[in-house]
Design a protein. Structure first.
Length: 255
């Protein structure tokens, strides 16, 4: 159902069973998949590619031009997957250049007044809390949680299954499976409760905890800590993920 009080550009591609409420704005060069719901006063701007089963609440804006001085008005893309919830006044900005995309995966819950900047990547099944900001070219891994009012500066990463507690501001990478807290933001613990709840075995959780005791409490360099992790802990998918994430870091991990 498309309300006659909504504006939908004739060139926009609208899927089956899409509900567009009064006073929504759907721009040209937009694709919206099946079973989406667009609430009143939502703006879906040019360059938006939206999958199936998404819900956009009042005042959300998707595909707004990037706040990047290098952007010269080119057509660029923001791509959103399936079954996401985008709450009131959230803003998702399209990419800064045609060769890039802003990406939001599947099954995410993006809360009120969140801002996801140009070229950022949000994985699958993440929660981005009220008022949090993900700056340009940053990456949030699968199943991670940013609580309310988190500020994530540009060009950094949050590893999968990590939690950033409310109000944290950080400019270094957050490795997988950890909880970050305090100001300045720092390593607090591993994400035990959520890992247990999602079926990680006690053995795997113990191995993760052992790895981070070495990395954060062995009073040695990060390179030496990673070497010790390789030598002392049975190698499985999770430990390999931690090692790879830290070795690929360009800005270093949080302290």
């Amino acid at each position: 159902m498309i309300s006659p009080l909504a504006y939908v550009d004739p060139s926009a591609q609208i899927g089956k069973n899409v509900t567009i409420h009064p006073f929504a704005y759907i721009d040209k060069n937009v694709v919206i998949g099946d079973d989406c719901v667009i609430m009143p006063y939502v703006s879906i701007m040019g360059g938006s590619r939206i999958g199936k089963g998404n819900i956009f609440y009042q005042g959300a804006v998707v595909g707004t031009p990037p706040q990047d001085f290098k952007h010269k008005g080119e057509d660029t893309i923001v791509r959103i997957g399936d079954n996401n919830v985008i709450r009131e006044n959230a803003v998702i900005i399209r990419a800064s250049a045609p060769e890039h995309e802003t990406l939001v995966g599947d099954g995410n819950f993006i809360m009120q007044a969140v801002r996801i900047s140009h070229d950022a990547t949000i994985g699958n099944h993440c929660i981005i809390g009220n008022g949090s900001q993900v700056a340009g070219r940053s990456i949030v891994g699968n199943c991670s949680i940013l609580a309310s009012s988190v500020i994530m500066t540009g060009h950094i990463r949050v590893g999968e299954w990590s939690v950033i507690q409310g109000g944290c501001r950080f400019s270094n990478d957050v490795p997988p499976y950890v909880v970050v807290a305090h100001e300045p933001a720092s390593f607090y613990s591993i994400n035990t409760k959520i890992l247990q709840h999602n079926g990680f075995s006690d053995t795997i959780i113990k191995h993760i905890a052992h790895a981070y005791r070495i990395i954060y409490h062995a009073n040695t360099s990060v390179d030496d800590a990673i070497y010790r992790v390789e030598q002392q802990i049975p190698q499985g998918k999770e430990i390999e993920n931690i090692i790879r994430f830290i070795r690929e870091s360009k800005v270093g991990i949080i302290k």
